[in-house]
Ligand binder design. Structure first.
Ligand code: ADE
Ligand code: ZN
Length: 335
């Protein structure tokens, strides 16, 4: 890639809208927290843990990801994890981020909901030079009843999260399984998003739109298998939070040169680039931009479009959005 374009994609202002905070736990921090909390791990060194990050599909990743999250026990642990990610994102010129968290992974181990939310939220509040809000994700391999119970536990902390998402094992757990709990969350005024069309079929994207009434689709890359759906997503300006390095590590595409991100852009879709689980997939925001721009014939105009899409798709009030979009315009006028 041209050195000037490489500089632009790294230093332009951007928003990150698809990042699981538990997926930012680096092996070094996992070991440090395991020691602090006297939790035993199945790996005896940082290197052995990192060596296990050879995934064959989504489930093979999730098994290791949930094991890694087991070192998180205290509010300080959640704070430290989040503060580390925010510092890293800020270095990549991420101006705003909307963080996913998986409370059921923690409450199932006896960690109180307030410990999880307060620790993550305090780090977001204290961060300087980057704004961050929270999206509570339901684990789709668990029941809708469990999701309702999780929502009840989180409601006393309602002012500390802005939305609801749906993640974990996609295949066999279609969006309609969570239609009632999403309807309740909509009544509560929460923003709604869901993972769909990562490993699962395009039909899951359609049902996430129709039955869950989501405002963004997380991943969504398989939409291109359905021309009518692709046209609908373009017409509705439905944002897709695409995660290129994740898609390669989890074998959604064999290699980056085969990733369909440019086809998604050419189809007129509101595509954004995100890191998903940066500690597990080999890179944070700028690593994702560099890997994608290195492998595909993307231009300076695409870079600006991707950054603009990230602010357009963010759950921000219009004045704040305008402020970031003005900063982006000024950046491109100067570069
Ligand atoms: N949880 C963390 N990362 C995920 C992904 N890429 N898909 C589904 N669930 C996840
Ligand atoms: Zn994800």
């Amino acid at each position: 890639m041209d050195a000037n374009l490489a500089h632009i994609i790294k230093s332009m202002p951007k928003a990150e809208l698809h990042m699981h905070i538990e997926g930012s736990l680096e092996p070094e921090l996992i070991f440090a927290l395991a020691e602090r909390n006297k939790v035993s791990l199945a790996y005896d060194s940082v290197e052995a843990l990192r060596a296990a990050y050879a995934f064959t599909d989504l489930q093979s990743f999730l098994d290791i990801y949930y094991a890694g999250a087991s070192v998180l026990l205290t509010e300080q642990d959640f704070y430290d994890m989040t503060a580390a990610y925010l510092a890293r994102a800020k270095a990549d010129h991420v101006r705003h981020t909307e963080l996913f968290f998986d409370p059921q992974t923690h409450t199932a181990r006896g960690v109180p909901m307030a410990t999880v939310i307060n620790g993550i939220h305090r780090a977001c509040q204290e961060a300087e030079g980057i704004s961050a809000t929270l999206i509570l994700c339901f684990l789709r391999h668990l029941s809708e009843e469990d999701a309702f119970a999780t929502l009840e536990q989180a409601l006393p902390l309602r002012d500390k999260f802005i939305g609801i998402g749906l993640d974990s094992s996609e295949r066999g757990h279609p969006p309609e399984k969570f239609a009632r709990v999403f309807a309740r969350c909509k009544e509560l005024g929460l923003h709604l998003v869901a993972h769909a069309g990562e490993e699962g079929p395009p039909a899951y994207i359609t049902t996430a739109l129709d039955l869950l009434q989501v405002e963004r689709i997380d991943h969504g890359v398989r939409c291109l298998e359905d021309a009518a759906l692709t046209e609908r997503l373009a017409h509705e300006k439905m944002p897709l939070t695409v995660c290129p390095l994740s898609n390669i590590k989890l074998r959604v595409f064999d290699k980056m040169s085969e990733h369909n991100l440019l086809h998604l852009l050419d189809a007129g879709l509101v595509v954004t680039i995100n890191s998903d689980d940066p500690a597990y997939f080999g890179g944070y925001m700028n690593d994702n931009f560099v890997a994608t721009f290195d492998a595909l014939p993307l231009t300076r105009e695409h870079a600006k479009q991707l950054a603009k899409n990230s602010f357009d798709a963010a759950f921000l009030d219009s004045a704040t959005k305008e402020k970031y979009l003005d900063e982006l315009d000024a950046y491109f006028a100067a570069h």
